[in-house]
Structure formats: structure tokens, C-alpha cells
Design a protein around this ligand. Structure first.
Ligand SMILES: [Zn+2]
Length: 297
């Protein structure tokens, strides 16, 4: 049995695991019902699909650990942010945005998405944008765009209940993740600052069972600090010249051993590359052919 928690009109079904390939699923009820990211666990979702009349299905973004049991809710009006919508319409676009397109990982990645995660291309995607309101009858959701992790990552605010849903701005000690080609470190930083300005009593993340209360300033600071400490590690590693591949093999960000045959090796490389771009602009490193090196302070 998975754990659940009710906060006002929101029922949280905590993911079977706090991380990939599961996430927290939310059921929001007014007179109508919205189901968000059905990927907590198969059995609970099968029961929901049988018992509940669901009017809207919403995905916070296109990642597999958020969409995996969507097929149980086929036929329900599907909503997602405009900036991620192309990935729901086409697996090829998703491959492109993730960064696997044209790489040796592409075929296996696509097979996993369609077989293990039930991905199917959709013709109909109702697109939301920052501030779009959805009146469920007695409960109004205000969708909020938190881009960076993916271009269209979207949470929501229910002002009457002071509930802010953070989606994959999950404020975990291991995050944030910007492993997709279309991810952006600067947008994540900007989204953290956007969250800081929103007053809420409950902050619900997409991963983990902890609901944050009241002042989340220190958590936001720590989340940002993770980005800067990764940057410092990369700078330290570049006291001797290294190529992008050499830096990726050090697994400075993921922290777990990676072999180049794993798609996470590519993701690590993508995250390092985004830091290198920032460090080059800041003049903290120089590029010479294929190698990068720290500039003297
Ligand atoms: Zn994600």
C-alpha cells in the first residue's frame, strides 16, 4: 500500500519510491476532478481509474517518471504546458529535447519510453501557460510555470488553501536536475526566485513524502547552493586541462558511477556542458581545442 495525505482539496498519493521511475500523484477535487502525473504506483492508479470520475489529466512535464501510467486514463481531456506540448505530440521531439536524438542511446531510449512507460503520441493537448486558471467548481487552480528542469515544467497554486505544488522543483538534497538538452540552469535559478515570492502554507513536491511548511527560504537557498557547489567542483577539476568527456567520467554531479553505455552518462555530460557554458561566459575558464582549463584568479 502506498501512503496518501489529504490537504484541503488535494489528495497526495506518494510515489512507491521517492525518485525515478515514480513520482507523487495528485488528485484535486472540486465538483470536477483533476488527476496530475499518474505515476505513483500501478495498483493504486488502477483503483483510481476504476473508482473516480476524472475530468482532466494533467502532466507537469514530459519526463517518464511523471507520465508512466497515463494510458490508464486514456480518453480523458489532457492538459500540459505549451512549452512541453511538442513532446507529448511526438516521441521524436521528446528525443530531441532530452538530447538522445541521433545518439547511440536513441533506439533503446525510445523503446523504453513506449514499452516500459506506455508513451503514446497524442493528437490533442490542451495547452496551459503561466497563470492559466482552471475552475474545478469550488476549487480554482492557478497553473504556474517553473521552467528550467524542462522548458514547460508547471506546478500550481490554490490560493484559498495556500497550497503551492512545486512539481519537479522538488528541493531535494540531490537536485536540481538539468540533464535534458532543453534544460536551463539560469531558468531554474529564476524559478527558485519566483517560488520565493509566493506565500503558501503548504509546499508539495513531486518527489518524497515531506510537505514543506511555512518558510522554505533556507531550502530554496540550499537548492541553489547545490548548483554553485557543482560549479566549484568543476572549477577545481579544471585546475588541470580536461575534455568534456573526461569531466563527465568524474561524475561530479550525479555522484554515482557511470559507464558510457548508460544514458545517464550522456545526461551527466549535458549537465557539465551547461556549467561549462556559464563558466566560459563568466571568464572563469578558457577553452583550448577540446579541453577546458581554469583561468588564473
Ligand atoms: Zn523531471
Amino acid at each position: 500500500m502506498i501512503q496518501t495525505q489529504q490537504i484541503g482539496p488535494v489528495k497526495i498519493f506518494f510515489g512507491k519510491l521517492p525518485s525515478y521511475p515514480y513520482c507523487n500523484t495528485l488528485l484535486v477535487k472540486g465538483r470536477q476532478t483533476l488527476l496530475l502525473d499518474p505515476a505513483c504506483e500501478e495498483k493504486a492508479l488502477r483503483a483510481l481509474a476504476g473508482d473516480e470520475k476524472i475530468d482532466y489529466l494533467f502532466n507537469t512535464h514530459y519526463h517518464p517518471d511523471h507520465i508512466r501510467y497515463n494510458p490508464l486514463f486514456d480518453g480523458i481531456e489532457f492538459w500540459a504546458h505549451r512549452d512541453d506540448a511538442p513532446c507529448f505530440r511526438s516521441l521524436d521531439s521528446m528525443a530531441e529535447w532530452v538530447g538522445v536524438k541521433g545518439t547511440p542511446y536513441e533506439q533503446a531510449w525510445k523503446a523504453t519510453l513506449t514499452k516500459a512507460f506506455g508513451f503514446r503520441e497524442r493528437k490533442e493537448v490542451k495547452e496551459v501557460e503561466d497563470g492559466t486558471a482552471l475552475d474545478l467548481g469550488g476549487v480554482t487552480l492557478q497553473f504556474l510555470h517553473f521552467p528550467g528542469h524542462t522548458p514547460g515544467l508547471t506546478g500550481f497554486l490554490i490560493p484559498e488553501f495556500e497550497i503551492l505544488f512545486l512539481a519537479d522543483m522538488e528541493l531535494s538534497p540531490a537536485g536540481p536536475w538539468y540533464h535534458n538538452k532543453k534544460a536551463s540552469i539560469q531558468s531554474i535559478i529564476d524559478s527558485v526566485e519566483k517560488i520565493r515570492k509566493i506565500q503558501a502554507a503548504y509546499y508539495i513536491p513531486s518527489h518524497g513524502q515531506e510537505i514543506f511548511r511555512k518558510d522554505i527560504g533556507p531550502r530554496l537557498d540550499r537548492y541553489l547552493e547545490n548548483i554553485y557547489s557543482r560549479e566549484r567542483k568543476i572549477l577545481e577539476a579544471l585546475s588541470t586541462p580536461k575534455t568534456l568527456g573526461e569531466l563527465a567520467s568524474l561524475s561530479l554531479i550525479s555522484g554515482f558511477r557511470l559507464s558510457p553505455s548508460q544514458v545517464w552518462f550522456l545526461f551527466e555530460k549535458t549537465m557539465i556542458e551547461k556549467h561549462l557554458d556559464r563558466l566560459l561566459v563568466q571568464g572563469k575558464i578558457a577553452k583550448n581545442g577540446d579541453t577546458f582549463q581554469r583561468e588564473a584568479d
